[in-house]
Design a protein around this ligand. Structure first.
Ligand SMILES: Nc1nc2c(c(=O)[nH]1)N[C@H]1C(S)=C(S)[C@@H](COP(=O)(O)O)O[C@H]1N2
Ligand SMILES: [Mo]
Length: 396
């Protein structure tokens, strides 16, 4: 044992950057992990923007109705990229956190100001990055241990995170370039004081372990969307179970609609200005039926395909004298909650696979899937596939 000085003489001091001597901390590792972390954040940002626009009543580009699986892929990709980013971010932070203990250049006001600015921007970068991954993961598990509105906050902080990443990339490009150009195990540029490379984990080993962990995180989530991965996807909270092979997001009981939705007095109202038609479920069943194979693709990342049968929404709007494409507002029996109303733009109403569905997989809809009738349309976020529909209003 090394003899220790008596406690009274041991000077307490803050750690210094040079106290951290692992040779695994190197720009060679940080740059490689950072590159993939950047790719994950870019994918999450772009797919997130798409999702935000797809949910908006006035998207800034014309939302396409096809391919029907597009939203399923972008949103599955969004959640998968965010999940894979978790181990990458942890490793990256581990490789750089000793820099927190670098002594600021107190005697040079100019350099000190720059250091404060740089650390401030990194604080924003790290905080917003962790915030996005933590809130996104919690949302995909439908866990809301906070008081703010998730979609608006996650969207706003996405811009902060992306801005600070761009700034960071701009500042670090020369270092990253140099680091990527040298072999991972090259130690010629190491600062003095790092331990020699020993029998432990090598830099290459750390990188391989990191890729493996990110890959496992990805596969453990992707089963929410990729059927072949279901059995190994322990993180996929909803996959493939439920009536008609489709998971249930919010049950009729949780939505408070059991009584109204199972009542024999249920009737659907279709309106256009003063014109109004009221149809029972039997009336709807007597109309021409269409079957469409379409996915429910939830913003939480899971998705599942069903064979939906019901009446084309454009046939229903024709009943109140609508000619040509028109926008429709669909309202649910559910009285409160964020997803009780949806706007169907004219392009979606006109699509022959946009249905007011009465059946799933040949069976009458389960009460939890939206009985007596629900909206199902191609390439729409799950949140807009309104269940327990009681009103269709033609708005143009
Ligand atoms: N009225 C109503 N419709 C709703 C919801 C809701 O909470 N209320 N949830 C939506 C969400 S978030 C999704 S992903 C789908 C899920 O449909 P499912 O439960 O039939 O799978 O329904 C959508 N329709
Ligand atoms: Mo959803």
């Amino acid at each position: 044992m090394t003899p220790q000085p008596p406690a009274s003489r041991r000077r307490l001091r803050a750690p210094d950057e040079r106290d951290f001597t692992s040779p695994l901390r190197s720009p060679a590792v940080t740059a490689r992990v950072g590159l993939w972390l950047g790719v994950c954040f870019l994918v999450a940002f772009l797919t997130g923007l798409y999702s935000h626009e797809a949910q908006s009543a006035q998207p800034w580009f014309a939302m396409p109705t096809g391919p029907a699986w597009l939203y399923r892929v972008t949103q599955g990709g969004h959640v998968a990229a965010g999940t894979a980013a978790v181990p990458l971010l942890l490793v990256k932070l581990w490789t750089v956190y000793p820099k927190l203990f670098a002594r600021p250049p107190r005697r040079h006001p100019g350099r000190l100001a720059l250091t404060v600015l740089e650390r401030g921007s990194i604080a924003v970068l790290v905080a917003s990055g962790i915030f996005q991954l933590a809130t996104g993961l919690a949302n995909s598990a439908q866990w809301y241990p906070w008081g703010f509105a998730f979609p608006a906050t996650h969207y706003a902080v996405a811009w902060v995170a992306t801005g600070s990443i761009l700034l960071h990339v701009a500042v670090k490009t020369p270092v990253v370039r140099a680091a990527l150009a040298r072999p991972v195990e090259d130690r010629s540029q190491d600062p003095p004081g790092l331990k020699p490379t020993g029998a432990g984990l090598s830099r290459r080993g750390l990188l391989h372990a990191t890729w493996l962990t990110a890959g496992v995180a990805l596969i453990a989530t992707a089963g929410g969307t990729v059927p072949a991965l279901r059995r190994v996807s322990v993180f996929a909270t909803r996959s493939g179970r439920g009536p008609g092979g489709i998971p249930i997001n919010k049950s009729a009981r949780a939505a408070g609609v059991v009584e109204a939705a199972s009542s024999p007095d249920f009737a659907l109202t279709i309106s256009r200005g003063e014109t109004r038609r009221v149809l029972t479920r039997a009336d709807l069943e007597a109309m021409p039926q269409t079957t469409a194979t379409l996915p429910i693709a939830c913003v939480e990342g899971w998705s599942a395909t069903g064979d939906w049968t019901g009446v084309r929404v454009r046939d229903l709007t024709a009943l109140v004298g609508t000619r040509g494409p028109a926008a429709v507002t669909a309202r649910s029996l559910q009285e409160s909650g964020p997803w009780t109303v949806t706007e169907l733009p004219p392009r979606f109403v006109d699509d022959p696979t946009t249905l007011l569905a009465l059946r799933l997989a040949g069976e009458p809809l389960d009460l939890d899937h939206g009985y007596p009738c629900r909206i199902i349309a191609p390439n729409r976020p799950g949140v807009l596939q309104t269940k327990w529909v009681s009103e269709l209003e033609v708005t143009t």
